[in-house]
Structures are given as C-alpha cells and as structure tokens.
Write a protein of this length. Structure first.
Length: 261
C-alpha cells in the first residue's frame, strides 16, 4: 500500500530486486543454479508462474479490501490443499475434516457478506485474494515436489526468475506505473517478504506437509488486522471477528484431522 508504483508492479520489484541476493545466498550455501533435470526446470517455471499470478491477484486485492481479509483469504490455500488431498486419496472427508470445511466456508461467507455490505470494491478485493489463494496452492504443490531434491535458495531464485516477467507483463498490460518514485517500500517488501518470508517457507517445505505450511501461515490475519488498525485506521465489526473465528476454528479442526490420518 505504501509503494508508489502500481500494485502488480510492486510484486515485480519484490521478485526482481531479490535475484542478486538470492544468487549470493545460493552460492554461499553451495546450492547450484544449473544442472537440473527437465522435470525440475518445469516445476520451477510452473511454480514461478503460479507465484507471479498469486502476487498479481493478492497485490490488487490489498488496495481493495481490509488487511485482515487480505491475509485470511490469501492464505485459503490451507483449506484448498486439504480438499485437494482428499481428492487425490479418492475418499470422503472424515467428520473433523467435513466440520473444518463447513466452519471455514461459513466464516468466509460472513466476511464476504460484510465486504459486499461495505462496498462492491471491497467485495472484489476479497475475491481477488481468494483467487490468489488458488494460485498459491499450485505454487506450494509444485515447490513441494522440487524441494525434495533442490536447495531452498536455488529453488527460490529460479521461481523468482520465472515469476518476474509474469508480473511485469500484467503490470504493463494494466498500464500501471512501474518505475517507483521512492524505493524503500519495495526494498522492505523484498527483504521481509521474498528473502526472509519465502526463504523460510521454501526451507520448511522439505520438513512439513503443504497443509501444515498453509495452516501455519494463518497466523498472519491477526497481525494484519493490527497493522490495518495502527497504520490505516481500519475498524472491524463483531461479525468480522465471528467470521475470522469460524475460519480459524475450521483450520484448527483441519490440523487435528490431519493428525488423525
């Protein structure tokens, strides 16, 4: 929100500015940047494309809805991954899994309904963030397989290389301002989100399942609500807290259901 470039262009700079530092981190940790199998190249290219589309949808949504909703719907990949896992296993959900899905859908319906009451723009922002969650699911699934054989920094470097032109093309097609007047919000976004955030996420992919990764990211809505209140004077109604509580309860039940399986 603080960047004076376009929202999708900010996503481009987040990835592009990180490339030199990612290459250095890969070299320091002796992670090669070449010599991969064709399957690995395709996985990194596909993951980068999904991540670029995720950031494009998410950054557009950031400007159109509340920060709590942005992170809540943007991380809906945890529930999507659970449903995906059930489809792959070709079985009906257990009671805890079905309850988790119902709670999460009910909470999402309340939040979407509230957004529609506030304005059509807020509703569009929520839908864009839900779309970002779908793209992020594809990103996690592709990286999970590639992470079994590749280092986290080399994997993140090439997925950023693949995602950068996707974001730049969307920004140019939307006629967004690409070149910023001030660089510090973009440099901060690159360091906090791409280097630190995605670096730790990709590292963790080797040690945890996609569902655990998605559920752990659900700590972000509470932080985003606080940031929206402190920085942007955003206020929440009781129904917003109810919707978030239902979604949170659904995700806790999804985590419990995963332990049982």
């Amino acid at each position: 929100r603080l960047a004076d470039s376009g929202p999708v262009a900010a996503g481009f700079w987040r990835l592009f500015l990180a490339l030199p530092l990612l290459a250095i981190l890969a070299a320091v940790n002796r992670q090669p940047l070449r010599g991969f199998t064709p399957a690995a190249w395709w996985a990194m290219a596909g993951a980068g494309a999904f991540f670029g589309l995720d950031l494009a949808s998410w950054h557009l949504g950031i400007a159109l809805t509340r920060l709590g909703n942005v992170t809540l719907f943007g991380n809906s990949s945890s529930l999507i991954l659970m449903v995906w896992g059930l489809a792959v296993l070709r079985r009906w959900p257990r009671r805890s899994e079905a309850t988790a899905i119902l709670f999460t859908l009910a909470g999402a319906a309340i939040l979407l309904g509230r957004s529609l009451e506030v304005s059509a723009a807020t509703f569009r922002g929520d839908l864009l963030c839900l779309l970002a969650g779908l793209f992020y699911t594809g990103y996690i699934l592709l990286l999970q397989r590639a992470r079994e054989r590749l280092g986290n920094w080399s994997l993140l470097f090439w997925s950023s290389v693949a995602g950068s032109p996707v974001l730049l093309a969307i920004a140019l097609a939307a006629r967004e301002p690409v070149w910023p007047g001030q660089w510090w919000p973009l440099i901060g976004l690159m360091l906090c989100s791409q280097i630190a955030g995605q670096g730790m996420l990709v590292y963790a992919l080797r040690h945890f399942s996609p569902l655990v990764i998605g559920l752990s990211l659900m700590t972000q809505p509470a932080i985003a609500v606080l940031a929206g209140w402190l920085a942007f004077d955003e206020t929440l109604a009781l129904s917003d807290f109810l919707g978030m509580a239902l979604v949170g309860a659904g995700l806790v039940l999804a985590r419990a259901g995963m332990k049982e399986s």
